[in-house]
Design a binder for this molecule. Structure first.
Ligand code: FAD
Length: 499
């Protein structure tokens, strides 16, 4: 008899853990295939440290083939799923594609940047959900400080040194906290940059930073941010983003060349296209992580609405903590569906949260015990090292180097503004200047729900968004000369979009 085929879509916290546990449980009794656009698992919680130049980008990645030797990796993105035919259609990174048949399917495609219908945001803001965005921000911020230093006009200098972060959840809070340190270090001790005052502004409509976490964590984070010089403005957001700055909801206009959008995430659009019941865009599953009426389809992580048995009537929040643990339960329940063990319901009580604020500062509440200062810093870094499924020594080495050496502030300029649009349906990949943005071959004429050209302009438009203008992409004549994954020329770059 042929071996059962298990296909996992997405190699993030949930998918990676499912694959890892399954490959141990199944050994050689099943074919486990992992479909992911990159060949690495990305440890997202350390992304702000990549943007701030503390960690080199490869440090926060873990090779899928090295750490999952019994799992077949297929590089690509699912762009259509035929639930009746039990097929996943995908496009590969070079424009080809294929089809994967399955006996069990795991949907763990995660989430993408959340958009809001605010004028100018889709065109001028950048999200913070993937490695390309973190690399873009690191380069962009460095470039702004360098350009500001060469500005003759003080107003222009101040605008370049003003960085606006929208959203004071853990992502925005960490980005602003690290960002202020990063830019301060770039002007401090530099004789020609005296008088330059980098200013990070953190905005949120909520009344406090970290609005979804324990109030004690908020107080710690708020204090550290303000002491560091971050301009924390709660109860305030962006009304409109225009060239040269942002208009705030309190009527003030802030001149700036940087708008980082950290207002949250929404489930990957892949699940929406399935035509199955959703809960706020997440695919509804039962406590065993199975899609009702489709027992062969499992879903977990940010893309799935998993009933929270610890808080009846609610769904588990979109956190790595839950995604990682759901991956393990998912693997066990798949094994159980083949008669190996008993299936179990997902149940997990939050173990607390850690928020890295840069330097030795952090806010943490492990097991509900609120910590600040050095203790929080040590717990936070220790937690991340323990939680990473690989690359720990390299991460620790970078932290050590950062503690004893000045941070390297050079911009390589490899990721440009237009390649990391806010509305990307695949923030893990930079958009390439391609004209050949057709659907994957497998999606054609199959009856599958197709999601083609996931990273092309407008592809990630959220249902709640009021028809955003498409993000500008390179002009047509250049596109024809620079098909993915070709080189990028200076004149590929839209003048205004690449501020
Ligand atoms: C900057 C940042 C910091 C964070 N910090 C924390 C933290 O400190 N603590 C915490 O608990 N949570 C944190 N989170 C949230 C946490 O990272 C997410 O909840 C978690 O990653 C969700 O896991 P997942 O497996 O569902 O999705 P992901 O980890 O995002 O993985 C999804 C995977 O699916 C792939 N994929 C997407 N679409 C497709 C497709 N069509 N076909 C194939 N593959 C696809 C993606 O490339 C990715 O590899 C943070 C998030 C961000 C962005």
């Amino acid at each position: 008899m042929s071996r059962p085929r298990i296909v996992i879509v997405g190699a993030g916290f949930a998918g990676y853990r499912t694959a890892r546990v399954l490959s141990r449980l199944a050994r050689d009794r099943a074919d486990v295939t992992l479909l992911n656009p990159t060949d690495y698992f990305l440890y997202l919680p350390l992304l702000p440290q990549v943007a701030a130049g503390i960690l080199e980008p490869r440090r926060v990645t873990v090779s899928l083939t090295d750490t999952l030797p019994r799992v077949r990796l297929v590089l690509g993105e699912a762009d259509g799923i035929d639930l009746d035919g039990r097929m996943v259609h995908y496009s590969d990174p070079e424009g080809g594609g294929g089809t994967l048949g399955y006996d069990r399917l795991v949907l763990a495609a995660g989430s993408v940047n959340k958009l809001l219908p605010i004028p100018g945001i889709a065109e001028r803001a950048h999200g913070f959900r993937g490695l390309p965005e973190a690399l873009y921000l690191r380069d962009h911020v460095t470039r702004q400080v360098e350009l500001a230093a060469a500005e003759g006009n003080p107003a222009g200098c101040a605008a370049r040194c003003t960085f606006v972060v929208v959203g004071a959840g853990y992502t925005g809070t960490e980005v602003a906290a690290h960002g202020q340190m990063f830019t301060d270090a770039q002007v401090r001790k530099h004789p020609l940059r005296q008088g330059m005052r980098p200013r990070w502004i953190l905005l949120d409509v909520a009344p406090r930073v970290l609005p979804e976490l324990d109030e004690r964590l908020s107080r710690t984070a708020d204090r550290v941010l303000r002491q560091r010089g971050v301009d924390v403005r709660m109860g305030t957001s962006v009304k409109e983003a225009v060239h040269g700055g942002v208009l705030l909801t309190d009527g003030q206009f802030v001149e700036s060349r940087t708008l980082v959008w950290c207002v949250g995430v929404r489930p990957d659009p892949l699940v929406e296209a399935l035509g199955q019941p959703l809960e706020r865009g997440r695919l509804l599953v039962d406590p065993h992580l199975q899609v009702p009426g489709r027992p062969e389809v499992f879903a977990c992580g940010d893309a799935a609405a998993v009933p929270d048995l610890e808080r009846p009537g609610q769904y588990t929040p979109m956190t790595a903590q839950h995604a990682w643990r759901q991956g393990k339960v998912c693997a066990h329940n798949i094994a159980a569906s083949f008669g190996d063990g008993e299936r179990r319901a997902y149940r997990h009580r939050d173990l607390g949260f850690v928020v890295d604020l840069g330097g030795a500062k952090a806010a943490a509440n492990p097991l509900g015990v609120p910590l600040s200062g050095l203790a929080a810093g040590a717990v936070t870094r220790g937690y991340h090292l323990a939680a990473m499924p690989g690359n720990r020594v390299r991460v620790a080495a970078d932290w050590l180097l950062d503690a004893v050496l000045p941070r390297q502030a050079v911009q390589l300029g490899l990721v440009r503004a237009w390649s990391v649009p806010l509305d990307a349906a695949a923030p893990e990949l930079p958009r390439t200047p391609t004209a050949a943005a057709g659907p994957g071959p497998g999606a054609a004429d199959t009856g599958a729900t197709a999601l083609s050209a996931r990273n092309q302009p407008g592809s990630g438009a959220a249902p709640q968004q009021a028809a955003p203008e498409p993000v500008r992409s390179p002009s047509a004549p250049d596109e024809s000369h620079h098909l993915s994954p070709g080189p990028v020329k200076r004149n590929d770059i839209p003048a205004e979009g690449d501020r």
